[in-house]
Ligand binder design. Structure first.
Ligand code: GEM
Ligand code: ZN
Length: 388
């Protein structure tokens, strides 16, 4: 078979300036005088560099993507941060002061520690403000307060509020519900209104009534000016005076004071002109009933007719829906909640968190769990679906 005719390649005519190149001799590329050793194959080198550049770009993008995802993840997280059980201890004055200072230092963007005065024995009445603009009253932003331990031997509220402070700080910017609450309300928390009474109760092992009164022997919940009767406890004590001035200086609209010895949300009035224990309604009775119910309903047992009851020595009382009018329950004069309502715009209720006044620290996690939701719901009463 004849071979296919192949044209001879068109070899250009050499000029005399051209360097003759022997066939099979490797092509010699110009070698730089200085610099790194050249690669033998420039195409490979370019390909390698492209690959490196791609990898770098990918890495950078990966980091950027990771950052973005983290941010988004933080924003949409719906599970709140919880504290370990080691944090549930009874805090004496020193420990409480240390904890409050620590949180104010570490959460400067939302937490501010101030004091409203001092106790008889010169302990500071610490208040932690939690808000998105600490130190400033913003027009339209409701001012709210929580007060505990006005009876020094009733310590559950004190520990629950210390937990609440930590909970708000740790969850702000993480958990939408807390962020919204802190962004829209200015929360003031006084974990101990009677720090002297607390120290007396704690050093006595938390026996029933030791430390209830302040260091001058005055029951602070009988020491506020009363609308119907003259004072039975003399002039306002330093702790009472401090709270009165505080109420005067900040336009509070909502408040709660935490006690123990019963399980109920108690609302004003605490007395009536007859001095008898019978229902004494404020002109805002419906609002107060709703506020009290918001707490008792959000609490797992407070609203129940047949509450599980741990303390044999404290008679169990039955309150419909877990709420009661103060004067109907038993009449008191010089109470703090009535003073708030009569002398300011603050709607205050008195929350009894359970039968035990100074329980073992091991039951504090349970008290916290029982009250966490109610603490949030109560403050949310001034929010979007507000009644105030
Ligand atoms: C109560 S709290 C006040 C309740 N108000 C009325 N009117 N009953 C007190 O101060 O005696 C009980 C407590 O200390 O927890
Ligand atoms: Zn009390």
């Amino acid at each position: 078979m004849p071979l296919k005719h192949v044209d001879k390649p068109n070899i250009p005519v050499k000029t005399k300036h051209e360097i003759p190149v022997k066939s099979k001799t490797p092509i010699a590329y110009p070698v730089p005088v200085k610099g790194p050793k050249p690669h033998l194959n420039p195409i490979k080198e370019i390909q390698q560099r492209v690959a490196q550049a791609k990898e770098l770009l990918m890495k950078k993008q990966h980091e950027e993507t990771k950052k973005l995802l983290n941010l988004l993840h933080k924003k949409v997280r719906s599970k709140e941060e919880t504290l370990s059980n080691d944090s549930f201890i009874h805090h004496n004055y020193e420990e409480m002061t240390w904890l409050l200072k620590d949180y104010a230092k570490n959460f400067k963007n939302i937490a501010r520690l101030y004091n409203i005065g001092s106790s008889v024995q010169n302990r500071k009445l610490w208040v932690m403000e939690i808000s998105n603009n600490p130190g400033k009253h913003e027009p339209g932003e409701p001012e709210v307060k929580y007060i505990a331990n006005m009876h020094g031997n009733e310590v559950v509220g004190r520990e629950v509020l210390l937990q609440f402070i930590q909970y708000l700080c740790l969850n702000y910017g993480q958990y939408r519900r807390v962020t919204d609450l802190v962004d829209t309300t200015r929360i003031h928390i006084l974990p101990s209104m009677n720090p002297d009474g607390y120290e007396m109760a704690a050093s006595d092992g938390g026996r029933w009534n030791i430390g209830r009164k302040n260091a001058d022997g005055v029951d602070l919940n009988r020491n506020f000016p009363d609308q119907f009767f003259p004072s039975t406890t003399g002039d306002p004590q330093p702790e009472t005076m401090a709270v009165m001035k505080w109420i005067d200086s900040i336009p509070f609209v909502l408040s709660a004071s935490f006690h123990s010895g019963a399980l109920v949300a108690n609302y004003p009035y605490d007395d009536n002109p007859s001095g008898q224990s019978s229902y004494s309604a404020t002109p805002d009775d419906d609002v107060f009933r709703q506020l009290a119910r918001s707490y008792s309903e959000a609490h797992p047992t407070m609203h129940l007719a047949n509450t599980p009851w741990k303390c044999k020595d404290v008679p169990r009382e039955h309150f419909i829906d877990g709420i009661t009018n103060g004067a109907k329950w038993f009449s008191i004069t010089g109470g703090m909640q009535d003073y708030n309502y009569v002398h300011s715009n603050a709607f205050e209720v008195t929350l009894e968190l359970g039968c035990e006044k100074f329980p073992n620290a091991s039951s504090l996690p349970e008290y916290w769990q029982d009250n966490k939701e109610a603490l949030l719901v109560y403050l949310e009463q001034v929010g979007t679906n507000c009644i105030l």
